[in-house]
Design a protein around this ligand. Structure first.
Ligand SMILES: NC(=O)c1ccc[n+]([C@@H]2O[C@H](COP(=O)([O-])OP(=O)(O)OC[C@H]3O[C@@H](n4cnc5c(N)ncnc54)[C@H](O)[C@@H]3O)[C@@H](O)[C@H]2O)c1
Length: 141
């Protein structure tokens, strides 16, 4: 079975941990991360050769000026993945829900969106089950 292709949107405290968890799963492949800044975490991801995308096109130039090679925009990343874990600040995740649905990508948010987000926006531990099937064992976040 091909690996589940994963994107992480928002590479902060939680996004970095989610990426680490995804990277140790044998049946998952991290396709890339997306963010809006070129801070130390994003620079670390770049140094690990993780493809970096920009979630807001108007921030891409600033990221490039900050030394990040921007591989493209969030929509392009979404076209390559099965699952996106939204680790952007609270309230941004819910705004992205329609984008994820439009891209036909299953989404999971680390924020509090589960309250109003409906089925596609469960917590990341739900990544253990996609379409009812268990996809990996344990995931320490
Ligand atoms: N830190 C915790 O202990 C904790 C615990 C539980 C839940 N959460 C939730 O997880 C989410 C992320 O929290 P965090 O602590 O990692 O925050 P953080 O501020 O460390 O990271 C957020 C990241 O998202 C990026 N970002 C900002 N705007 C963005 C956008 N429009 N699109 C994509 N990325 C964007 C920021 O640049 C940053 O890298 C929040 O919803 C928070 O409530 C955090």
């Amino acid at each position: 079975m091909p690996p589940i292709k994963v994107a992480v949107n928002g590479y902060g405290v939680i996004g970095k941990r989610v990426v680490s968890a995804v990277q140790v799963q044998k049946d998952m492949e991290l396709v890339g991360i997306s963010d809006v800044v070129a801070d130390w975490r994003v620079k670390m991801a770049a140094s690990m050769k993780i493809p970096i995308y920009c979630s807001m096109p108007e921030r891409a130039e600033e990221m490039r000026r900050g030394g990040i090679e921007v591989s493209g925009f969030l929509d392009g990343l979404l076209r390559q993945v099965d699952v996106v874990v939204d680790c952007a600040p609270t309230k941004i995740g819910i705004k992205n829900k329609a984008t994820y649905e439009g891209a036909n990508v299953r989404g999971s948010s680390r924020g509090r969106e589960t309250r109003g987000g409906g089925d596609v926006f469960r917590g990341p531990m739900q990544l253990q089950r996609i379409n009812g099937q268990k996809v990996h064992e344990g995931c320490e976040l």
